[in-house]
Design a protein around this ligand. Structure first.
Ligand code: BV8
Length: 231
């Protein structure tokens, strides 16, 4: 059986990583859509770098929770194809996977990029973020370009979309965990899974914007609902 799981900020909430809507979509008075864009980076790179440096600096202080671990344990024993697509840019799924070596059919995709990676604006080369964690670190120079966060900003194409759409087109079970269904194209994945004839399940704290599209729904904190669903 082929499985696709989509996760959003709600899967990391109980680890202490703030969700986006929790602050009513604001960060220090800025709407995410105004900070997480290429235009914002061009206009005020220090502000944007500070936005990411603060979130990057918080990562060592948070740990994977029971939901991340339940998904990693599932990846270790799943016999078919299992694609875990996360909208999150934290490394909590990666750290949980490191504890449970995944089975061959498993793949983790960060469709919106990763806080711990940077990208050269000239060459496009992606590398581990080597910049200082200082919140006011100016943009790093890298070769002839500048190092930007390896993050997919609003208006930019998410990563690995062909791979994701191919997996959705042939999945038997699609589970969406901890996402409000606000941001596209992730919010449209459930439709692609339905068109493939998959069983679709929403696991969230409360109904998402797309709640009516799912066959089933389970509401409650992810650290309880995710282990229970996949046990
Ligand atoms: C693109 C990286 C085109 C940045 C992110 C108008 C209508 C429709 C679409 C658009 C529109 N105008 C613009 C668009 C497109 C836009 C979009 O969707 N905008 C929204 C705001 C309307 N999308 C884009 O721009 C995307 N790109 O469309 O490209 C294109 C085409 C061709 C060629 C080039 C380009 C790119 C979007 C990616 C943006 N980057 N992340 C960063 O992180 O700084 S998005 C960012 O916000 C996150 O990654 C995440 O995806 C999103 C927040 O969503 P969630 O993860 O769902 O988090 P949220 O807080 O909203 O919800 C948390 C949920 O968890 C809640 O439901 C809550 O109840 C639940 N929860 C809380 N606690 C728990 C819990 N559940 C369980 N247990 C708990 N304990």
């Amino acid at each position: 059986m082929n499985l696709v799981v989509l996760t959003g900020a709600g899967v990391s909430a109980e680890s202490g990583v703030p969700t986006f809507r929790g602050a009513d979509g604001l960060w220090e008075g800025h709407r995410f859509e105004d900070v997480a864009t290429p235009e914002a980076f061009a206009r005020d790179p220090v502000l944007v770098q500070r936005f990411y440096n603060l979130r990057r600096a918080a990562l060592p202080t948070v740990q994977p929770n029971a939901a991340h671990r339940a998904l990693a344990e599932l990846a270790a024993r799943w016999e078919g194809d299992f694609l875990l697509v996360t909208q999150n840019v934290d490394d909590l799924h990666d750290r949980a996977e490191a504890e449970f070596p995944p089975a061959p059919g498993f793949e983790l995709i960060h469709m919106h990029g990763e806080l711990l990676k940077g990208r050269c604006t000239a060459s496009g080369v992606v590398s581990d973020w080597t910049g200082d964690m200082a919140p006011d670190e100016p943009s790093l120079d890298h070769l002839e370009g500048r190092m930007r966060p390896h993050i997919v900003w609003f208006g930019e194409m998410p990563l690995s979309m062909n791979r994701i759409e191919a997996a959705l087109g042939r999945c038997d079970l699609f589970v969406s965990i901890g996402t409000s269904g606000t941001v596209y194209p992730a919010a449209g994945f459930v439709q692609l899974a339905r068109m493939a004839g998959a069983r679709t399940v929403e696991i969230n704290l409360e109904p998402s914007l797309g709640a009516g599209t799912f066959d089933e729904a389970i509401y409650g904190p992810a650290t309880e609902t995710v282990p229970a669903f996949f046990s």
